[in-house]
Design a protein around this ligand. Structure first.
Ligand SMILES: Nc1nc2c(ncn2[C@@H]2O[C@H](COP(=O)(O)OP(=O)(O)O)[C@@H](O)[C@H]2O)c(=O)[nH]1
Ligand SMILES: [Mg+2]
Length: 581
């Protein structure tokens, strides 16, 4: 099956894909939605899944293209995942059983002869992504020297986390099911997710009845369903692997090697160091395509929420600005401070802070009433309850701090406006006392004091008052932050433009390499060309020019299942109703 595979990718090309992806994923790590809620959660989940494709697979695989092939075995409970692994190994590697679930935690099955360095790196990565409860078994055989398999808990357990993570670190996925389980809707969302990972999926139907006609009916029906969901290149039963119900050897929990010869042969081929690069290139290529495509899709909701974020910010800014304007007018008219308070700074300060808090409360009420009517924030206002409708609990103390800091700036200010030699050091504090009262009361400096300052102290008072107004605004701004805190940190336009730019860059590089990738479909599936090769009695089916090759040879049917990496996928697809079963 290895002809038509093209030249393996040059290591420099692989490394170049790796550095393109490093730049893209580093940008992606900063991507987030600003509006809280379900969309933000979905966004974060999608972003993390894309990053997992890179951290869990692309980066280590590109770093070690010659490391053994990793195959994840996934499927519903009790369909024979563990049995398949034992059958491939012809050894009792994984416990099997009818009491479900027998496989509670992922199990990694590798070769004793694999390089220690590789095994250590791989075990670390698997433990990191699949959890510490992963166990591993090393078996010495020709197959496992270059092949690692991961047995996983049943799909319906643990919200499929183990299976998703196992697929995340693998080169190839074997999905196994049975005639009674294949139509089960539960698996579709998982398979769709697996497809979005960009990994080839090999479909196995275990425990088929011996009747060949019946087998064909079952396999054809499954193939049609898979094709309908774009999980299989064609509605063709020969693209699937069937295993006839056989006797299990109680010694090793395995079927006879002959019963699983097609699967074993396929695995031996993909793992063979001479041809391994075909699968590695293909999976790296498709996964990188998916990363670029999904990264680009993620920028859409980020960009789309910007006008909404802007409106929400404006609402808050306007409400608080209105109150700040009122404070300003009252400050100039000297109406902010009760003349009785002017005798004592502490009273004047706390009285003014109280006014700031009341104005903040009015602004909060206004902003909350607008936010409560907008779909993006209605829930938020409800969840936060009465808190958003009035000023924050620390607004008064924040205003006191702002006023104190204003007052402590008055003496240096007074000195900069003093006529030379007219403000002695000793009289500084005295000037401050006069100045804060003057600023708050809306009046002018007393005549005796005016003489000490340039411009009769007019500029000094104007500046002190402007700074007081600024302090009051700061008090309001502190309160307004309670609203803006709900919105995540600003996302710059640059971020999503950069993500799109880098995703396009990855695509452009992949376009240049597509000819070397056996399954890089460039056209729709109808472009099927059959190339006869009578010499070894095999038929090569080529889908699209220089692209997917499915080889059907002699009595043994070698089948290759490829996922089409070129479809548009976005968040809407991820939220497909079928996935909510
Ligand atoms: N007779 C027979 N039993 C099978 C076959 N495949 C699986 N089983 C049995 O089905 C049960 C579940 O298999 P297991 O491999 O543990 O399923 P898993 O949950 O998918 O790992 C075990 O008792 C197996 O021995 C088969 O082809 N023939
Ligand atoms: Mg099992």
């Amino acid at each position: 099956m290895c002809c038509n595979q093209g030249m393996p990718l040059d290591p420099r090309d692989l490394a170049a894909i790796g550095s393109d992806l490093t730049r893209l994923t580093n940008l992606l790590r900063e991507a987030h939605m600003q509006l809280p809620g379900r969309q933000a959660d979905d966004f974060a989940a999608e972003r993390d899944e894309i990053l997992l494709s890179f951290d869990g697979y692309l980066e280590p695989r590109i770093g070690a293209p010659d490391a053994p092939i990793v195959v994840a075995v996934v499927g519903p409970g009790g369909v024979g995942k563990s049995t398949l692994i034992n059958s491939v190994a012809q050894e009792m590697v994984a416990a099997t059983g009818v009491v479900r679930p027998t496989t509670r935690f992922p199990l990694v099955f590798g070769g004793a002869s694999q390089s220690e360095e590789h095994w250590a790196e791989f075990s670390d990565r698997v433990a990191h992504h699949l959890g510490e409860q992963v166990s591993s078994v090393l078996v010495d055989s020709d197959l496992t020297a270059h092949l690692t398999m991961i047995d996983t808990p049943p799909l319906e357990e643990n919200d499929d986390v183990s299976a998703v993570q196992a697929v995340a670190v693998s080169d190839l996925c074997i999905f196994i099911t049975t005639p009674t389980r294949y139509a089960d809707g539960r698996a579709w969302s998982f398979l769709r997710r697996t497809r979005r990972r960009g990994i080839p999926i090999l479909f196995v139907v275990n425990r088929l009845p011996a009747d060949l006609e019946l087998q064909d009916v079952i396999l054809s029906d499954f193939a049609r369903r898979l094709h309908d969901r774009e999980l299989l290149a064609a509605a063709d039963a020969s693209l699937l692997f069937g295993i006839t119900e056989g006797l299990i050897d109680p010694q090793n929990g395995a079927l006879h090697a002959d019963d699983v010869s097609a699967v074993r042969k396929e695995l031996a081929e993909v793992a063979d160091p001479a041809y391994r690069s075909g699968l590695v290139d293909e999976t790296v290529y498709a996964t990188a395509r998916m990363v670029a495509e999904r990264a680009r899709s993620l920028t859409r909701p980020m960009a789309a929420e910007q006008p909404v974020v802007m409106t929400l910010m404006d609402t808050v800014a306007n409400a608080y600005e209105l109150e700040a304007g009122v404070l300003d007018i009252q400050l100039r008219g000297g109406e902010l401070t009760d003349p009785a308070h002017l005798r004592d700074w502490t009273r004047a300060c706390s009285g003014l802070a109280g006014i700031v808090a009341r104005r903040a409360g009015a602004a909060a009420h206004e902003a909350a009433s607008v936010w409560s009517k907008l779909p993006e924030t209605a829930n938020l206002v409800e969840v936060q309850g009465p808190e958003l409708w009035r000023h924050g609990h620390d607004t008064t103390s924040a205003a006191v701090l702002a006023l104190e800091s204003w007052k402590s700036g008055l003496e240096p200010l007074a000195r900069t406006h003093a006529k030379p030699g007219r403000l002695r050091w000793r009289s500084g504090p005295r000037a401050v006392e006069v100045l804060w009262r003057t600023a708050m009361s809306g009046q002018d400096l007393p005549r005796k004091v005016r003489r000490k300052f340039v411009d009769e102290g007019e500029q000094l008072v104007a500046t002190a008052r402007a700074e007081l107004s600024e302090a009051l605004r700061n008090g309001l701004a502190h309160d307004a932050e309670r609203f803006t805190r709900f919105l995540g940190a600003d996302v710059s336009d640059d971020l999503y433009h950069s993500i799109v730019g880098h995703a396009d860059g990855v695509d452009a590089r992949l376009d240049g390499l597509a000819a070397q990738i056996p399954s890089a479909w460039t056209d729709e599936d109808d472009d099927v060309e059959v190339v006869e090769d009578s010499m070894d009695q095999s038929i090569t089916v080529e889908i699209g020019e220089g692209s997917t090759v499915i080889e059907l040879g002699g009595e043994q049917l070698y089948r290759r299942i490829e996922a089409n990496p070129d479809r548009e996928l976005d968040l809407a697809a991820a939220a497909d109703p079928e996935s909510k079963s």
